[in-house]
Ligand binder design. Sequence first.
Ligand code: BG6
Length: 460
Amino acid sequence: MEKKFIIVIFGGLGDLARNKIYPVLYSLYKKYRLINCTKIISTGRRPNINKEEFYKILKESIKSEDNNFSALFDFVKLDLEKPEDYINLKTVISNYKDDEYIFYLATPPFTFENIIKNLGEFLKDYPNKKKIVIEKPFGYDLESAIKLNKLLKNYFKEDEIYRIDHFLGKETVQNIFGLRFSNIIFEGIWNRNFIDHIQISALEDIGVEGRLGYYDKVGALRDMIQNHLIQILSLIAMEPPCCIDEKAIRDEKVKVLKSIREIKYEEVPNFAVRGQYKGYLIDENLNKSNTETYAVVKFYIENIRWDGIPFYLRTGKKLKKKETSVIIVFRKIPGLFSKILDCIPQENIIGFKIAPENKIVLNFQLRPLGGSILSCPMPTSMEWSGPNTEAYETLFLDIIEGDQTLFIREDEIEKSWEIVQPILDFWKNDPNIPMYEPYTYGPKEAEEFIRKDGREWRYL
Ligand code: BG6
């Protein structure tokens, strides 16, 4: 018989629960993927809220009046600071003794410690499997991430811990793995002999969107590069795993992170640039802030496949457009055409567009129709595109099924903090932050940064 489970959501009235988790659970419910779920218990602190009001919020969030789905839910009032509220929650949960528990921490990071300790205590004697799901940011720096891991390990085993990075649930991000390891034609060229450099970008046209309390303490490097973009880098750069096995895949990703050349504190200006959009202080009603809303970092991976090939990781808010992409730029073709004046064929490119659409592009050069054999080749492209499914749906299913491949392991999270730590330290001590006009492509310093390397920013 398949195992029954219950889901407990901390932060059940928050944005993440309302905008993502409930709609995703509803979609899974309609696909009969929650048939083994006996109960979903949402918790929240807001005073004056009763079960009826909770059901109203739930129905608004799933945009449906479906009472059968709502009946799956219970609401328990819980102030994360009050130990007596956890005791009440424990009483409710213990009605479901034979089940597996899934605890989802959809709360701000400063609450994690408290929840983990309280959960840990009341689960001490619970013999069945339990899972804990933790949203990013996992820690604030290397030290706090290590501390959080230690705390978690007091109460949960690694195979019970699901550290979420929602980028790993995105269709195109998973296609990177699929394309690389199921097509022999790419393997021979996926290395320093053919590739000039790689750009991994998450550009956003939106600003901080009411998340100032979080964002101003965090900034672009912690918010996007330390987690999402470094995760993509590891999928692009990893070696083929021995087998389709969560341990084997995560081992290979960690190997990449361990091979990243360390950026020393004094070298930071040569490897990273940041910026803040003009008007950030006014938009967010601040007197002063050194928080970066834009960041670029250049990483090198010191191994046989990638030595000498720069990986540029770039992100920013209030930029010209939304584009999340990976662009693999191949070397220029030597000789022949480049000897003809005015004709330098463009480099080949493989592009993965992750957002707003899900597509893969191959750019190559072709002689123009009707031209002579010596005509300068013209750029052309082949494209595949597909629908985008909701990343959280993929990840939620994996949690239910106990597949940790797309979740971040303890060593992986700590290594990725270690990689960015010198940059965080340097920027903390540096009062000068370049500014950029909103709705452009970022500060001129970032343009100069790549131009100095004889390259330019690419877009798909
Ligand atoms: C989140 C960041 O992790 O990712 C946000 O905290 C960012 O600042 C978001 O806007 C981008 O994700 P997506 O899926 O909308 O591209």
